[in-house]
Design a protein. Structure first.
Length: 731
């Protein structure tokens, strides 16, 4: 049990607010007093703001002059372990505490009193006159004796209008009651029998159960090819946590949060879990946030921000597809949900399971070093086998200009069509063509506000900047030399592939899966489900098809440009290409039909392509780890990115130079700074961007060194400085 600390009325307390202030504010505890951790409303100037009671007053104020906390909100006080989590996460990511609190107080209507709603059940009175409609209402209420319904639900179930129900309430035949709007979640049944596990699955599940029973913190890397049953295994760990009366959280990349997944959970536990992501209604979010804090919710399936829910007794966190780059939040608070999951678990004595077919090098290394337990499922479940992987050497293929499907790949696709199977063509490029070029003057159309090319989106009939989202109509005239009708698309995007495929296979049903072609995440998910059910013959997709969905009829994956990811200067380019190719290939041959993956490449001898083809993952990781260790880069060294931005390039560079020249705190700590240099995308939304990179050996406390280094610099005008600890992308 946590030690409850209570502040008597009038005692001075310090409050952390969600306002961007760099300190705690002192107030007088309200009438009735308040608990440590209580969510409160306090006056700040003329406004009322939300905060959390953080401890006894810190300032040296005259108590009689302190303003009083306005009221304590109707929410469970923040637990000690959540406070510790926020503090440690703030220290790790160098994020102000007020911003951390905003993540943890994301409950819509947190300040509202508990709202009530009217529900209806069987009354004691008798209707004066029995009509058909009235008897149907009574029949529904009698059949579901213990339950109560909203007026709308009851009307729908009985097939009557709400006025019938209103009439019956007047007569007392139906009783109307008030109940709190935020209802607890129905309990999950952990003891419903799951699937009969294979020997390897059962062994892995047993290890996880035992770890949970131990009651301590631990992290397990659950590695297994797509389809090997990782989900089946971790659902057993969820069952164990629930049996122990603890809560569980399953984090998924948002796009993998499909109805299919939720149905699977429902099949296993008899009821749906709470769902937390950007598409969830405000009312439902409020309910989840509250019930998590009251312990009346056992399982949340959600996107990365679910990590900041106020769980009362969190016993297990699953991070599925743990290598996925979308776990890194790239806006606002720059945190990696995978790392924060481990941090939170270590504070509240929980278990973490990191599941992946192609783990990040960080997790692989932690497992090798013995920091993480490692479990491996090597076989796919059932008759399906891993697809065979082969390269198509593009140097030997005859291609017309403006065409990207080689004759070899075309033949393979045709064979699938003849057999009624599906083929997936993968190209990680949205839009129609990455470059629009003027054939008269050679100009490439760029964005007005960014250092990026405009990408043609024929479906939207616009040119679009993938940096800032700016769009313009597709011009007919070159903006530079004014020549008419000379603009030409160069290079392939998925939309252009769609054209080529339709021309090459006129009878095939083609579906292009790219996030920007669908109005909403829901529409996209619906299309994915249609495809899974056989609604398309050829699927053309960007990287979103790589994420956790089963296409049982899919037997061929064609990678249009396997070299694409290898060109960047990103330190993770090889790792990313390896993961993506393996993931995409893993989509093929899931049911009883063996699959094949064909990689179009101009450099089949490249070590990464070789590693992908050989399927020898351990060899790839070892080589990649050795290379990074020699270079002293993550995970064998530490890095922090500093991005400076502002509207005036010279001012931004001046600040960069000043930082680089005054690096004593870094050098004292054993770190070095590289730069300033223009960021790879040197201008975004009209703001110039300059980058510095701090590098340090593994043992260095890079956060405190960076904090001491930047502290003396005051940002004037519109200058901004963002610190990115463990940067993932170098844009
Ligand atoms: P992964 O998470 O590793 O991709 P899944 O857990 O999704 O693998 O399993 C792949 C498919 O095989 C799913 O449809 C799953 O229901 C099925 N499956 C896995 N293990 C079993 C089992 N022991 N019994 C029955 N079906 C299983
Ligand atoms: Zn732009």
């Amino acid at each position: 049990m946590e030690k409850a600390t209570f502040f008597d009325p009038g005692a001075s307390v310090s409050v952390l607010t969600t306002q961007p202030l760099d300190r705690l504010l002192d107030y007088k505890a309200p009438e009735g007093g308040c608990m440590l951790g209580a969510f409160v409303e306090v006056p700040l100037g003329p406004r009322k703001v939300i905060g959390v009671v953080w401890g006894p007053g810190v300032g040296d104020y005259d108590r009689s002059k302190l303003r009083s906390v306005i009221r304590v909100l109707d929410a469970a006080p923040m637990r000690d372990e959540v406070r510790t989590f926020l503090i440690r996460a703030s220290e790790y990511t160098l994020t102000p505490m007020s911003a951390m609190l905003r993540l943890a107080a994301r409950a819509p209507g947190l300040g509202d009193p508990p709202s009530m709603r009217k529900v209806y059940r069987l009354g004691l009175g008798q209707p004066d006159r029995m009509t058909d409609a009235r008897s149907r209402v009574l029949a529904v209420l009698e059949e579901f004796g213990g339950l109560s319904f909203t007026q709308k639900e009851l009307a729908e179930m009985a097939g009557v209008t709400t006025s019938v129900i209103k009439g019956m309430v007047k007569l007392g035949a139906v009783a109307e009651e008030d109940t709190p709007r935020d209802l607890p979640f129905p309990p999950l049944d952990a003891d419903r029998p799951g699937k009969a596990l294979t020997e390897a699955q059962a062994e892995a599940a047993q290890t996880l159960r035992a770890a949970l029973q131990g009651g301590d913190y631990g992290t397990t890397l659950l590695k297994g090819v797509t389809g090997s049953g990782k989900t089946e295994v971790y659902l057993e760990a969820v069952a164990q946590a629930i049996r122990q009366g603890r809560q569980a959280l399953v984090l998924l990349p948002e796009i993998a949060l499909t109805a299919e997944f939720l149905t699977r959970v429902e099949d296993r536990f008899g009821t749906r879990p709470a769902e937390w992501h950007s598409g969830v209604t405000m009312t439902e979010r409020r309910r989840i946030w509250r019930m998590a804090g009251l312990g009346q919710l056992q399982l949340v399936v959600g996107a990365r921000s679910a990590l900041f829910l106020p769980f009362q007794n969190l016993g297990l966190i699953i991070v599925d597809e743990e290598h996925d780059t979308s776990y890194k939040q790239e806006d606002g608070v720059l945190y990696n949900a995978r790392d924060m999951a481990v941090l939170r678990a270590s504070i509240c004595s929980s278990q973490v399971v990191l599941a992946s077919a192609t783990p990040s090098l960080e997790s692989w290394t932690n497992a090798r070093a013995g920091k993480y337990r490692r479990l491996e499922l090597t076989d796919r479940f059932g008759p399906s086998t891993l697809p065979e992987m082969r390269a198509i050497d593009m140097r030997n293929e005859q291609l017309e200009a403006g065409r990207w499907i080689s004759p070899s790949l075309r033949t393979a696709v045709q064979a699938r069509l003849n057999r009624g199977e599906q083929a997936l063509l993968f190209l990680n490029r949205r839009g129609y063509a990455p470059v629009t070029l003027c054939r008269a003057c050679g100009e490439q159309i760029g964005c007005q506000h960014c250092d990026a090319r405009m990408v043609e989106h024929r479906f939207l009939k616009r040119l679009m900047c993938h940096q800032c989202g700016e769009t313009t109509p597709i011009p007919t005239q070159c903006p530079s030399c004014k020549a008419e009708g000379k603009l030409a698309p160069v290079g392939p995007g998925v939309e252009r592939m769609g054209e080529e495929v339709t021309a090459t296979f006129p009878d095939a049903r083609v579906s292009v899966l790219s996030s920007d072609l669908f109005g909403s995440a829901r529409a996209l998910k619906a299309e994915i489900e249609t495809i899974a059910a056989g609604g398309a013959d050829i699927i053309i997709g960007t990287q979103l098809v790589a994420k956790g969905h089963n296409f049982p009829l899919l037997t061929l994956v064609g990678v249009i440009d396997a070299d694409l990811g290898l060109q960047g200067s990103d330190l993770r380019a090889a790792e990313r290409t390896f993961q993506l190719m393996r993931q995409v290939a893993g989509r093929a041959g899931r049911a009883d039909k063996p699959g094949i993956a064909l990689l179009q490449t101009y450099q089949p001898e490249h070590p990464v392509i070789q590693a992908i083809l050989s399927g020898d993952e351990e060899e790839f990781w070892k080589a990649e780890a050795a290379g990074r260790e020699a270079a002293g880069v993550p995970p064998f060294g530490r890095m922090a990115g500093i991005v400076l931005s502002g509207t005036d390039l010279q001012t931004v560079f001046d600040l960069g130079n000043a930082l680089a020249q005054n690096d004593t705190p870094l050098r004292q700590a054993g770190a070095e700074v590289l730069g300033p240099a223009p960021a790879p995308i040197a201008r975004v939304r009209g703001r110039h961007r300059v980058r510095l990179l701090v590098k340090a050996p593994k043992g260095v406390a890079i956060q405190s060194a960076v904090a001491r280094w930047i502290a003396p610099f005051k940002l004037k005008g519109d200058l901004r400085l963002a610190v990115d600890i463990d940067p993932q992308s170098f844009l």
